[in-house]
Design a protein around this ligand. Structure first.
Ligand code: G6P
Length: 604
């Protein structure tokens, strides 16, 4: 949530800041702003809406200077307006601050500052920061930022500039990601690596409670007591071009079509022809004592966890519980050293998932992270990390991250099953062979994309669409329904087929659209009965079926190639992703940046 950037060097800061913000827009796009130090004064420009509005508002020659900070906002406290946009300044306009996170005690701090005569112009929690720094400032910027930080509760990544210190930017981090990009006679600060990748591949990854004093020629890191910290340089190896659209209309479409390759890459971390099953990042001896597994995640990653539960229980007989991270952290989970906590997070930065990880570690659990982002906070704090190799996922609606998370969970299930002996050698080999077919099979499904375009056109006027499934198909239906509502704004719900009659069927009327996923021979008859129940009440039903299932009860069908039902989720989600995509495009929605959402949710 919210992206921050900073630049200090010899070049014009404005273009570099705007370029950096472009790469961070996935973190929020309600408004944007930059501040540049120009001839000893702070020049600030802010604009509501997408970054392009800010670009249009900062004409040639304006905001000229070689030190600056910038921000792209996902609104939490206060509506998206110019006044609430960052950077925020003190009253004298000598200090500028950009912030990602939430200052939870901002009301208390505001009262304190108002009693001292400070006046506020915005509704944000952030505005307390420049005033607090102003309050503590006695000629040394780092010291003032540290004193302010001691008062602040909640989470923050901040960049601070002061007109009396044109030679430095001070940055600080607590529970929100922050990196420093290292250049030649110039340095950068950012929420995330892609923002600096065009300029440098060498970065410092800041840890919680750390402060950075960044000048053009130097970067010094300190703890809160001002004790210097030594940090080794992290060299980024991933490709900047992977974050480009490559001729596709949208990142989401590109990412959907990248799935065969992403799955292939991720499979390498667990299964390979003729090799024993491994699970990158885990030595079996470290988890051999585990008696139960807890999977904790948010959003799409949680839906992957639901599939994981089903598969791990089936293959290993280890009981698995799945929870939404924001629920898990505030209830009373029964976990201890015999529990393996698996956290799943594409970004590796989701605040609730990170809090769940920390809670579990305090209780003595081993934590295994499944994440897509190397060096992310979750990856750094977990005891074991399995990386999905989806490559950068830019579209807010997750697609290839989901299918690679499924692969990771299949890999974990098979790894445990092989070691525990819950599957015979021959069974393990068979499952492994089937997994290795998945890149091929996903490519095959994606070849039928055009037929989904035509189907999608039928649904453009719908207000509600229902998804049904049983077992693993239900988990897929949940993810399909989420995709639709996220990007097309059509109201949608998903139900377990057998639950329909316990309430939701009251919503079915003539013409209601229902999408039924049915990929398991064992549950096919039951699912057909559920479909008949809605057809009788006038529903139109689209079936997502495995080849060979009869189409008789459906109005339209999309067939998937034959596959072991265990792996059907990897294939069944593809038509649902594409359908959502084509519906959203047909409705003229901003597919890659849906309203009110952000890709990386680093606040509670
Ligand atoms: C946000 C994104 C979702 C994502 C969820 C969890 O809500 O919009 O697409 O599934 O966060 O993110 P994570 O990075 O932890 O997988």
């Amino acid at each position: 949530m919210c992206g921050i950037v900073g630049y200090i060097g010899q070049r014009e800061a404005k273009e570099l800041l705007l370029d950096g913000l472009k790469k961070l827009e996935y973190r929020g796009y309600d408004s944007a702003g930059i501040a540049v130090l120009q001839r000893g004064a702070l020049q600030v420009k802010r604009a509501v809406g997408r970054l392009e509005n800010l670009c249009a508002a900062t004409g040639d020659g304006e905001l000229s200077g070689t030190v600056g900070i910038g921000h792209t906002r996902w609104a939490t406290h206060g509506a998206p307006s110019v006044e609430n946009s960052h950077p925020h300044c003190n009253e004298a306009g000598t200090i500028a601050v950009v912030h990602n996170g939430i200052i939870e005690n901002h009301e208390e701090l505001k009262t304190f500052l108002m009693e001292k005569g400070y006046r506020f112009r915005s509704e944000t929690d952030t505005e307390v920061i420049p005033h607090l720094i102003d309050f503590y400032y006695q000629g040394e910027l780092l010291e003032a930022v540290q004193k302010a930080a001691r008062q602040m509760k909640g989470s923050y990544a901040v960049c601070v500039m002061h007109v009396q210190h044109p030679e430095q930017i001070v940055a600080a981090r607590k529970d929100s990601p922050l990196i420093v990009g290292l250049g030649q006679d110039e340095n950068f600060v950012a929420s995330d690596i892609p923002a600096v990748l065009k300029e440098t591949r060498d970065v410092y990854l800041l840890e919680d409670g750390e402060f950075a004093v960044v000048t053009a020629n130097d970067v010094n890191l300190y703890d809160v007591e001002k004790k210097p910290i030594q940090r080794s340089v992290y060299h980024v190896t991933f490709d900047e071009n992977a974050a480009e659209k490559d001729g596709y209309d949208h990142f989401m479409l590109k990412e959907i079509f990248e799935q065969p390759q992403a799955i292939r890459e991720t499979l390498r971390g667990c299964v390979a022809p003729g090799q024993p099953v491994v699970f990158d990042g885990v030595d079996y001896q470290d988890i051999a004592h585990i008696r139960e597994i807890f999977i904790v995640a948010c959003g799409t990653a949680y839906h992957a966890g639901l599939v994981g539960k089903n598969v791990i229980e089936r293959l290993t007989n280890i009981p698995v519980d799945v929870d939404i991270a924001s629920e898990f952290r505030y209830r009373h989970p029964i976990i201890d050293k015999d529990t393996l906590l698996v956290v799943i997070s594409q970004s590796g930065e989701t605040a609730d998932t990170l809090a769940a990880l920390r809670l579990a570690q305090r209780r003595g659990c081993r934590v295994l992270a499944v994440t897509n982002v190397v060096g992310s906070t979750i990856a750094r704090e977990a005891d074991h990390v399995f990386y999905t190799h989806a490559g950068p996922e830019i579209a807010v609606a997750s697609t290839k991250a989901y299918t690679t998370q499924l692969i990771a969970l299949y890999g974990l299930a098979l790894f445990l099953a092989e070691h525990k002996g819950t599957l015979s050698e021959a069974e393990c080999e068979m499952v492994k062979q089937e997994m290795l077919q998945l890149p091929e099979l996903t490519a095959q499904v994606l070849e039928s994309a055009e037929s989904l375009h035509t189907l999608a056109d039928k649904f453009l006027q719908e207000n509600d669409i229902f998804y049904l499934g049983r077992g693993l198909d239900h988990a897929v239906a949940m993810e399909g329904s989420l995709k639709l509502k996220e990007i097309s704004y059509i109201h949608s719900e998903s139900y377990a087929g057998g639950e329909l009659k316990h309430g939701p069927i009251a919503l079915i009327e003539e013409g209601t659209v229902v999408i039924a996923v049915s990929t398991n021979e064992r549950l096919r008859g039951k699912m057909e009965s559920n479909v008949k129940e809605v057809v009788t009440r006038g529903a139109y039903v689209l079936g997502i079926l495995t080849e060979g299932f009869p189409e008789s009860v459906f109005d339209d069908v999309f067939y998937l190639p034959e596959v072991n039902p265990l792996f059907a989720p990897v294939l069944a989600i593809l038509p649902l992703q594409l359908l959502s995509y084509y519906i959203a495009v047909g409705k003229g929605c901003d597919v890659d940046k849906p309203r009110n959402l952000a890709k990386s949710v680093t606040v509670e």
